[in-house]
Design a protein around this ligand. Structure first.
Ligand code: BYC
Length: 311
């Protein structure tokens, strides 16, 4: 087939909702965009273990500790499915990890904020996982098969994460005054960074046009952010918390909540590596990788021994 025929056949598959698979022909830009997005997503899951891991030894009781431990382990699993999906596009795990550790690859801005109180564990589940699901449900229908299939399982687990977060905050909301204060203070800190997770506004999003055309993304950053705000306001009422935005108001004409302007300077500052915990997070990842070298060496030695035995 000529280049033009390949391209026409690729676009027809996208149009007809036929998944693109690893061995199929695809434009270089499509492959590059997928590697960028899937690896950023994988890194986010892995770095995302750190703020929560910080509280495992300090969970208030055994039940909460078990839940948190399971949730953090789930994030590790999500990272592994996603690294595997990225590898099907012709990049190695070592290259992916190297890009993270040298600061070449991005990961979600949200994980560069500190977890200061126990309430932050609930707020991450409710708001951060809540925002993540809003974005990830659309990715279950993304055009690249291995990514779409990984996302189906991830979404099931994320929805458990979101609910456990809400339930944990509900317990605080029914607690004493100090607990309710801790809950409100945590929501105040996590609200705006959660809205930033959806990425820049549509007019500033450099990748959206192509990603929407190729059905990698199905909805824009602003559409998903609006859906998240609309869904979250009523949940906040149940928790008895206020959301820290004086402009948040139902707009009957639009049929949506209006909300205030996001601090984009803060967002880009965090994305560029200058957030409150960027350095700490990367240092922790690099250290963990170095300390785990013996495990990788042992696994390779074992695999080679097995191969020799079989030969
Ligand atoms: N943080 O053109 P745009 C989780 C970058 S983990 C940092 O709109 P795109 C969880 C963007 O990469 C959830 N950077 O980009 C884990 C681009 O720069 P490059 C993570 C951001 O890709 C543990 C530039 O800004 N979810 O659930 O079309 C515990 C322009 O943006 C961010 C995913 O990764 C950001 N927030 O749209 C709990 C989902 N936003 O790469 C929970 C998969 C944007 O051109 N990813 N940038 O240099 C996506 O759906 C899309 O990549 C995004 C951005 C919607 C995030």
């Amino acid at each position: 087939m000529t280049q033009e025929q390949h391209e026409a056949s690729f676009l027809r598959k996208i149009e007809e909702e036929v998944k693109i698979e690893a061995r199929d022909w695809m434009p270089d830009e499509y492959r590059k965009t997928l590697i960028r997005q899937i690896s950023q997503h994988a890194h986010s899951e892995i770095v995302g273990m750190l703020p929560e891991g910080n509280w495992i030894t300090r969970a208030p009781n055994l039940r909460r500790k078990l839940i948190l431990l399971a949730k953090v382990q789930d994030e590790a699993g999500h990272g592994l499915y996603l690294y595997s999906a990225a590898e099907t596009l012709g990049i190695t795990r070592d290259e992916l990890i190297d890009q993270l550790h040298t600061g070449k690859a991005k990961y979600s801005s949200i994980f560069n904020y500190p977890t200061l109180t126990w309430a932050d564990m609930g707020a991450i589940g409710w708001l951060v996982d809540g925002a993540a699901i809003m974005n990830q449900v659309m990715l279950c229908r993304t055009s690249y098969g291995p990514y779409a299939r990984a996302m189906v399982r991830i979404c099931k687990e994320e929805s458990f994460h979101q609910r456990q977060g809400f339930e944990s905050l509900l317990a605080l909301s029914r607690g004493n005054e100090a607990q309710r204060k801790m809950l409100q203070e945590s929501v105040n800190r996590w609200w705006w960074p959660s809205l930033m997770m959806f990425g820049p506004s549509d007019s500033e999003s450099t990748n959206s046009e192509k990603s929407l055309l190729w059905k990698i993304k199905r909805q824009t950053n602003d559409e998903l952010r609006q859906r998240f705000v609309d869904a979250t306001v009523d949940q906040a009422k149940i928790l008895g918390v206020t959301l820290p935005d004086p402009h948040l108001k139902w707009n009957p004409e639009r049929g949506h909540y209006d909300f205030g302007e996001i601090n984009w300077d803060e967002f880009w500052n965090v994305v560029k590596g200058n957030g409150p915990c960027n350095k700490q997070r990367l240092d922790a990842r690099v250290k963990a990788h170095e300390r785990g070298a013996w495990v990788r060496e042992a696994a390779v030695a074992y695999a080679e021994k097995k191969k020799q035995k079989a030969a």
